[in-house]
Design a protein around this ligand. Sequence first.
Ligand code: BGC
Length: 768
Amino acid sequence: MATALGLSLASAAVVFAQQPGAPQASPSNPELASPAIEQRVDALLSKMTLEEKLGQLVQYNDSGADAAAALAANPESHNNVNSMQLAEQGLLGSMLNTVGASRTNAFQRAAVEKSRLHIPLLFGADIIHGYRTIYPQPIGLAASFDPDLVQSVSHMSAEEATTAGIRWFYSPMVDISRDARWGRTTEGAGEDAYLGAAMARAYILGYQGKTLSDPESVAACVKHFAAYGAAEAGREYNTTDMSEIRLRQDYLPPYKAAIEAGAATVMSAFNALNGVPASANPFLLQTILRGEWGFDGLVVSDYTAIMELENHGIALTPAEATRKALLAGVDIDMMSHFYDTQLPELIRSGQVPMSVVDEAVRRVLRLKFALGLFEHPYARGTEVTAAVPAHRELVRRAAEESFVLLKNDSALPLTTETKKIALIGPLADNAAEMVGSWSGAPQLSDIVTVKQALETRTRQLGGSLTYAQGTTITGSSEDGFAAAVQAARQADVVVMALGESGAMSGEAGSRAYLDLPGNQEQLLKAVAATGKPVVLLVFSGRPLVLDWAATHVAAIMEVWFPGTEAGHAIADVLYGDVAPSGRLPMSFPRAVGQEPLYYNQFPTGRPPRNIDLSQPPGGNSRFFSRYIDVPNDALFPFGYGLTYTQFAYSMPTLSRSIVPLGEARQTGKDLIHATATVTNTGNRTATEVVQCYVRNRGASIEQPVRSLEGFRRVTLKPGESQKVTFDLGFPELSFYDAQGHSVVEATEYTVWIGGSSLASQEGQFKIE
Ligand code: BGC
C-alpha cells in the first residue's frame, strides 16, 4: 500500500488464558527485558501525559513537505495528519518509509529538540532485500538454501539503511505460501515450514546483529502474524481458514523460529484467521505469541489494519476497532489514525484499562532504549546513496546462489566456442525490472542488465551479441517478433529473458494465470521454431507454469529478480564460472488448477498410482485422488535444481532401528543420526543441497507423505565424496496433536536423503 520508498509499494477486556499445560516461555529477547532499561522506562513513563503516551502508539508516514496543502486536497484520507507537527509536539512515536537521512534527521530533530520529553522517533521501512545494493527477493534467497548467506546480506542492508536513519525493517516476511497465485509469495521463503524457519532465523540474526544497540543494527519485524500466506484462492487479503494442527505444524514454525532468535517486533496480518482478523486476534497475539512463546517485543498493526476491522465486520465503529485491536495485543497503530483519536474516550469511559495502554507504551520505549536511540537518534555515519562497491561481490554471489537450473539439454554452460549469441526478450535490458517488489531505494544506473554483462563477455571472448526486445512484458503486439527471429537465425545460441514485471508479484499482485505474461510465450515459440538452442531465463516472483518451455527449449533457469548485479551473476552462471546451486523453495505447477501445490501433502485414502494419463479416465484408474487432465505432481518439485555435474547418493544409514518411546519424548536430545554419502560423479566442481526428508506412519493424526527435516550445502570436486549426517531429535520427529501439543507416539519412520523432495533412497526406524 505505502509507496514512499519508490517501492512496490506498496472484545474482550480479557487477557486470554495460556494454553493449558504450555510452559510459560522465558523472555524472547533479553535486551528488551533488561532491568536497567526498565528503570529508564519507568522514569520516562511517569512524566508522560496521556496524549504523549498515545503518540508513541501511532505511526504515520512522511505526509510530505507541504502537509497543509495535502490535507486540504484530501481531507478524507486516512493519511490526514501533519507528521512533522506531531513530531514537534511529542505526539508521534514512529514513522514508516521515510526516505533519506535529511528527511529522517529533520523529523528526528523535531522530536528530539522540540518536543517536551525529547523522545526520539523510530523510523521503520520495508527493506526486504537490500537498501541501495539490492540482492534477490526472499523467494530467491530461499532457493539458495543458505542461511549464512541470508544472514550476511541482511546485515549488509542494515548497515546501509542505518546511514539513512532507518532502525527498523518490516522484514522478514515469513508467511508460508503454497499457492503461487498469491503475489506476496515473492516476499517469503516459499512452501516449507522447515526451510522457512531456517531463513527466518537467518534474517533476524543478520538484521539485529550481536546487539540491538549497535548503530548498524536494526530491529526486525516478523510479518505478517499469522497465516496471511494461506489466503484462499491465492487472492490478496483474502480470508484464511485452517485447523489448529495445520496452523501449528505448517504455518507457525517460521514465526516461532524468528521469535526464538530474538526478533524485537511482530506485525499483525491483514487476514482473518478462522473468522477472527489477525489484528484483533487474542488467540494469536496473546495465547500463542506472548503466552506460549514469551514474546516481549512490540506488535505493530499492518497498514490501516485496525481501521479495516470495520470492513471485516467485527467492529461497527472506530472505537470498537481500537478497543479490539489494543486488547488483543496490537501495540502500535500503523496509519489507521484510531489509537490517537479513539483511546482518550475509551480510557475515560473505562472500556480500555490504562494499564494496557501503559504496557504498550513501555514496549515502544523499551525498544527505543534498547536500540540506543536516546543516545544516537540521528542517521549514522555518511549516508549511503548508491550501491556500495564493496557490497557488490556479496549481492552477486547471493544472486548466483539463488538461480535454479530447471532443465539443461547440454546447452549450458556456454563455451568459449559459442561465438554468436542472440539475446531476446523484454527483461534482457531492463534495469528497473531486475529488482522486483519492495526494492529498497536503488539507483537504476547501478543495476547491471543481462545485455550489458553479456555484451562485455562476448566481446572479451571475441564473439558477438545481437539484441532484440521482441515484445514488452505484457504486450500483445508482434511487431518485434521478426527482428527477434532474425537475430535467432544468425546465432549459435539464443538466450531469452522472459517473465514477469516486479509489480506483477508482491503486495496486491495476485494472479489467476501463471503463464508467461502478454505474448511472451508466442515469442518464445516463434524463436524456438528457428531450431536454434534456446536458453530461457525466467524472471519471476513466484512459480510460473512453464510446461511448453519444459519440453521445447534446451535449457531453463529460474532467476527470480536478481538485484543490482543481475547481469553479472547471470553471465557467471551461463558461462560456468559458477555452477548453479539453487533449489526450488516452492513447487512449480504443470497447470494453475493444481494450486495450492506443495510436496508435503497428505496421503489421502486413495493415493494416485502410476496412472497412464494418456488413457481416458475410467474403470479402476478413475477413483483416485487425482485430476483427469493433468498429473498430480509438480512440473518441477520442491528442492529440485540441476547443476553442471551429477551427484550420486548412497543408501541412508540410521544409527539405530528402534528408539524407545520414553527416550523419544526427551525434547532436547538427538535421537537418531541419518547418514548418506554423496559423490560428485561428473567432471565439474559444484554445490549440492543435500536434503533429508522424514515420513511418520501409524500416528493418531495423519502425517504428510514426507517433510523436510534437514539440509546442508556441500561443495564437491569431481570424484569427491562426503558423508553427510542429519541429527534427528524431538523437533524433527514430533507432530502436533489436537490440543496443540507436540508429541511423539510409537510409530514408524522413513528417512530419505537426496537431492530433492523426490529423493528415493530410504531407511527405516521405529519409535516403540
Ligand atoms: C504491507 C506490509 C508493509 C506495510 C508498510 C503494508 O501494506 O502489507 O508488509 O510492511 O504496508 O509499508
